[in-house]
Design a protein around this ligand. Structure first.
Ligand SMILES: [Zn+2]
Length: 262
């Protein structure tokens, strides 16, 4: 039950191969590529098998005959390390799709040999897969114990009445800790201190890395930014609203906090 991300197939690999067909942003895993002419990007070794991401071109016949799943659905149908490998495959394919021309001089690019890079044959510009780091924070208020509260909020674009941690992208030139303090202030108008790293999670929607923090309330009243937050409030462990499903690190942050009080 292992996934080892790699950029190049090991020369001594003597196991089988698997092909993650990337159809739009959905995936379909098969024992052979549906078309040998389509671009294939090495993903890594999954349970001893070499996994490849196959870029199914727009307009091609669907090689899954409707069986492809988007990554949220795939999460519930496959082991987590398969989900991580498939998510890596989608991100690499999407990176290649959006770097067909050099960003500096406009020349058609080519895949670089022996590394995960796209190269411009005219000016030599190298492009590597991008990640967008995003911090996600569980803010608590009060002394540890049954009366402590956590700040949970509902995004304006969410279609379910769910409440979660606050999240936002890290800006250029900013530390993760500073992003935590800034995002909380911008989204709900309160000041927090003592941001502490908890863990991280690849989040291939489309190319984020979620970085989980806790932080401690310092001052202020909740004032939601209406462009981002529909509602926010302080919740005790024994009176939680609907919270996110298990796929997200937000759920882990909330579950850790709930357990810490019992
Ligand atoms: Zn160029």
């Amino acid at each position: 039950m292992t996934f080892r991300p790699l950029n190049v197939l090991p020369a001594d690999h003597d196991g089988e191969h698997r092909y993650v067909h990337v159809i739009g942003a959905s995936v379909f895993v098969d024992d052979r590529p549906a078309d040998d002419g389509w671009d294939a990007h090495f993903v890594g070794i999954v349970d001893g098998h070499a996994w490849w991401a196959v870029d199914v071109p727009d307009g091609a016949d669907d090689p899954s005959y409707g069986a492809a799943l988007d990554l949220r659905a795939f999460f519930g149908r496959a082991p987590e390390h398969h989900w991580l490998a498939a998510g890596r495959g989608v991100q690499v394919v999407e990176w290649a799709r959006t770097h067909r021309f050099c960003g500096r001089c406009g020349t058609p690019t080519e895949l670089a040999a022996g590394e995960r890079a796209i190269r411009c044959p005219a000016c030599g510009l190298l492009s590597f897969p991008r990640l967008a780091p995003a911090m996600i924070t569980l803010v608590t208020r009060g002394e540890p114990g049954p009366d402590q509260e956590a700040l949970l909020a509902r995004g304006v674009q969410w279609t379910v009445p769910m409440y979660s941690c606050l999240a936002g992208f890290v800006e250029p030139g900013e530390s993760l800790e500073a992003a935590v303090v800034r995002e909380v202030a911008e989204e709900v108008g309160i000041e927090v201190v003592d941001p502490r790293y908890v863990g991280s999670q690849p989040w291939p929607f489309p190319n984020s890395l979620m970085i989980g923090f806790t932080a401690t309330y310092a001052s202020g009243e909740i004032v939601c930014d209406p462009t981002e937050i529909a509602d926010a409030g302080w919740y005790r462990r024994d009176d939680l609203p609907m919270i996110p499903p298990g796929i997200s690190i937000a759920r882990r942050l909330i579950d850790d906090w709930v357990r810490s009080g019992t």
